[in-house]
Design a protein. Structure first.
Length: 611
């Protein structure tokens, strides 16, 4: 995993690429690539590519980037890993290609040289790349189907800039910092900034599973090559596959590396399944693998302490086990660093930071995570609640004026109840649509609460520009029909992509660690989603992977941390108050933004967002 930069002065008369700016963008991502740095600017100055490298495959400097194709026409900067690159390489060589490296980067280049954008359908992995076609005078930006790897662009009408981080684009000094009310509204609604928005008007995310072309005519509309809604719509009616064989295949692909690979291990089914797969694939490899578990003094002897159960799993599958205990003092010392590394605001991510830091300190550059298992195997309560709430609210919600009236009545007649259950007043208003029911279940704040947080006019503009509900309903319209698959789509497109995967990226990259997610793999979703639709839950999957029966009866805890209590003490906040909402306000202060109702800071009157 790495950091990439591309600058293309596409309009006639635009200033040539400034080498100092190109290097500044790269240097802002030094932690993403401590093993090497490279930059290239075309002779006419119209395009420049930059790269920071974390060497995982082909550790030789010959695989450094930017990399040029054998024919000299194409150049690429690439972030991610292509797990099937060796099979693709064999097919290229059988067709007469002579490759100079053993890297996956060169495989992408050669595939593109022969097949153009059609080659994207052949890539299995997590990736974002910028590819320059000198003959066509065009820059291409592409991102993997789930959006595991980030890619952002800023277009000022003359020059387009792209990078792996929002803060990198800002570091060059040429991208406007003006806040985007849509990004802010999205953060208040969901606890993360929904793509394609960011907190800055000038910066947008390249949509996952899409290709963006930039040429003399400007930035073209993103073209889908693997939209997530299409994947799920195709998969939901398929025949269930053997879950063990499908998961072993995914884990086998995700182990491709020229450095040792560790595993994040909790006491849950998802990370336990990775250990089971490792042992089934190669017991000797499992014995050489280290699993890392984080624990906390406050949890010792409690159900929250995942170390004893994780240790049992490690022993069962013959894996080395490293337990790292993190104390409150260490968290307090890290807090400023956490907020500085956070590329976009998130109410989560601290857990990812903690386990990534522990794994990197143990000397690893790559780790596997069980993230994505709940989205694929219907492990969240939302898979039960969202269809049920929608079924209950759909008919009364269709009565004109009733949803808004119900909200006003609850707010005015039962203010105490509204204070204890802040989502209750807006329940009928939201749950009358499927997407709204999901937001009711997952949302941090609800739309009617945003004026108090942002100010009335800013909230109105933000919600209109965001159009969250309309975009979610459009996604559902293009996607699967069955309720479980529809919840899976919303979870994957919003919570998984905008929060979990993004948090893993910035938190792990701050420690120069690559995190791979075997559950977030299109072939695996095609194989297992049909069974999930028919029988939601993890029981069948866990039994297929030979996990202990006792694991099936364990309550779901996720990877819990005492961060809420720690931060409340640090800030002098009552730890019994709603933690996520308070943490959201604290996170935004790092961007120079406060709630409109907060007497200390105000979203409308604060200066431009900080780095």
């Amino acid at each position: 995993m790495c950091g990439l930069v591309a600058i293309f002065a596409y309009r006639a008369g635009a200033a040539p690429v400034d080498r100092a700016e190109l290097l500044a963008l790269c240097d802002a991502m030094a932690a993403r690539g401590p093993d090497g740095a490279g930059a290239w600017i075309a002779p006419d100055g119209c395009v420049g590519l930059g790269h920071r490298r974390l060497a995982i495959l082909d550790l030789d400097p010959r695989a450094d980037q930017p990399m040029v194709s054998a024919c000299g026409r194409f150049r690429i900067v690439f972030n991610g890993e292509i797990y099937n690159f060796r099979a693709l390489r064999r097919s290229l060589e059988a067709a007469g290609a002579r490759l100079r490296t053993t890297s996956d980067t060169e495989v992408i280049l050669e595939l593109w040289a022969r097949r153009g954008p059609a080659c994207l359908a052949e890539l299995r992995g997590m990736y974002a790349f910028a590819l320059w076609d000198a003959e066509a005078g065009a820059l291409f930006l592409a991102r993997d189907p789930f959006g595991i790897k980030p890619l952002y662009l800023a277009d000022d009408g003359r020059t387009v800039r792209a990078a792996s981080q929002v803060k990198a684009l800002l570091a060059g000094g040429a991208v406007a910092r003006e806040p985007d009310p849509a990004g802010l509204a999205g953060f208040w609604l969901t606890g993360s900034v929904p793509e394609p928005f960011t907190l800055h008007r000038a910066i947008r995310a390249v949509p996952a599973g899409h290709l963006v072309r930039v040429d003399a005519a400007g930035v073209h509309a993103p073209e889908p090559f693997a939209p997530l809604e299409g994947l799920l719509a195709e998969a939901e009616d398929g025949e269930p596959a053997d879950p063990r064989a499908a998961f072993l295949d995914s884990v086998r692909h995700h182990l491709v590396a020229d450095v040792p690979v560790a595993v994040f291990l909790s006491a849950g089914i998802d990370s336990g399944a990775i250990l089971a797969a490792l042992h089934a694939l190669d017991p000797e490899l499992a014995r050489r693998t280290t699993a890392v578990t984080v624990t906390f003094p406050e949890f010792r002897g409690r159900a929250d302490d995942e170390a004893p159960a994780a240790a049992e799993l490690a022993r069962r599958f013959g894996v080395r086990h490293r337990i790292v205990e993190v104390e409150e003092a260490e968290f307090r010392a890290d807090l400023d660093g956490i907020l500085a590394a956070m590329d976009q605001p998130s109410i989560d991510g601290v857990n990812s930071w903690i386990v990534a830091e522990a794994t990197a300190r143990a000397g690893f550059k790559v780790a596997l995570s069980g993230t994505g298992g709940d989205e694929l195997l219907a492990g969240y309560p939302s898979f039960r609640d969202v269809p049920r709430w929608y079924a209950l609210a759909r008919l009364p919600g269709a009565v004109p004026g009733l949803p808004r009236l119900a909200r006003l009545l609850v707010e005015r007649l039962a203010p105490g109840l509204s204070a204890r259950l802040p989502k209750l007043p807006g329940a009928l208003e939201l749950a009358r649509t499927f997407a709204g029911a999901w937001l009711l279940r997952r949302g941090l704040f609800l739309p009617h609460e945003l004026p108090a947080l942002m100010g009335r006019e800013l909230a109105r503009e933000g919600l209109e520009r965001l159009a969250w509900h309309a975009s979610a309903e459009t996604l559902l319209h293009r996607g699967p029909r069955q309720p479980i698959a529809r919840v899976a789509l919303l979870e994957a497109a919003f919570y998984l992509r905008n929060q979990l995967l993004r948090d893993i990226d910035w938190a792990s990259m701050a420690h120069s660690l690559e995190v791979r997610v075997p559950f977030v793999d299109p072939p695996l979703w095609r194989a297992l989603l049909p069974a999930t639709v028919r029988t939601p839950g993890k029981a069948g999957f866990a039994r297929a992977l030979a996990l202990p029966e006792a694991w099936l009866a364990r309550p779901k805890t996720g990877f819990s941390t005492p961060v809420g209590t720690w931060t409340a003490r640090a800030l002098g906040i009552d730890p019994q108050r709603p933690w996520a909402r308070l943490w959201a306000k604290e996170v935004l202060r790092g961007w120079g933004i406060g709630a409109a109702s907060d007497p200390v800071t105000n979203a409308v009157r604060r200066p431009a967002m900080a780095d």
